[in-house]
Design a binder for this molecule. Structure first.
Ligand SMILES: Nc1ncnc2c1ncn2[C@@H]1O[C@H](COP(=O)(O)OP(=O)(O)OP(=O)(O)O)[C@@H](O)[C@H]1O
Length: 227
């Protein structure tokens, strides 16, 4: 489903050129639950941003569902993201003035659904992530774990093929982090959504079904794909 071929990404930082990804290749199949691990600066975020169509590579190719996203222009990439991808962030990134329900429903804005369907889908996914009864709370009235559950619901409500999560448990204590991971895995099994997440955390690495380790922009270990 995701084919990354010989991807190169460099950043210029003043006079120096940083080689963030050095001819990296990986295939990730449908329904995988994969963790990208590695020390700070090894290229995890860069790789997620390229698969997430947020940034473009300097060389190589990325195909998602046989579509060459590495050749798309900005407008095509935005449409591709909207239709295929969901994102979860380390800092939750909820809109503070909106309720849990509104944060989730907002993600459906661009899909031109009628109000009834927006309500039904948003309430259903909030139930699935365990937030029934908390729909009207704003992020400041929720714990970190609950906020990340809202973010998981927001990412899932469009039913994307792939969810990308950059260090989704980094701001949670280990018990809460584990329960968010268990939720993601339950959603992965139930909806068949492919999850790819980056982490520094050993517990998260152990939890993943596939573990890919990066160092200096290269893959140094890959436990292999199993969905
Ligand atoms: N916008 C940028 N400008 C210059 N250099 C960058 C930029 N973004 C990333 N880099 C560099 O590219 C390399 C890979 O960074 P990346 O953020 O992908 O690593 P990471 O593994 O996600 O690190 P962390 O765990 O700290 O988030 C690092 O050396 C980083 O300093």
């Amino acid at each position: 489903m995701i084919e990354v071929r010989d991807i190169v990404k460099d950043y210029r930082s003043g006079e120096t050129l940083v080689h963030a990804l050095r001819s990296l290749s990986i295939d990730i199949g449908k329904g995988e639950f994969t963790s990208i691990a590695g020390p700070s600066g090894s290229g995890k975020t860069t790789l997620l941003n390229l698969i997430g169509c947020i940034d473009s590579a300097d060389g190589g190719e990325i195909l998602i569902n046989k579509e060459k996203v590495s050749r798309m222009n900005k407008k095509e990439l935005a449409a591709f993201r909207r239709d295929n991808l969901g994102f979860i962030f380390q800092t939750f990134n909820l809109i503070p003035v909106l309720t849990a329900y509104e944060n989730v429903a907002f993600a459906l804005n661009l899909l031109k659904l009628d109000n009834g369907e927006v309500r039904e889908r948003s309430m259903q996914i909030l139930r699935e992530v365990g937030l029934e009864g908390m729909e009207d709370r704003r992020p400041s009235q929720l714990s970190g774990g609950q906020q990340q559950r809202v973010a998981v619901a927001r990412a899932l409500v469009k039913n994307p093929a792939i969810i990308l999560a950059d260090e989704p448990t980094a701001n949670l204590d280990s018990e809460t982090g584990r329960s968010v991971l268990e939720l993601m895995e339950e959603m992965n099994r139930k909806h068949g959504t492919t999850f790819i997440f980056s982490t520094h955390d050993k517990m998260v690495m152990d939890f993943a079904r596939r573990l890919v380790r990066l160092q200096d922009g290269r893959i140094i270990e890959d436990s292999g794909g199993r969905s």
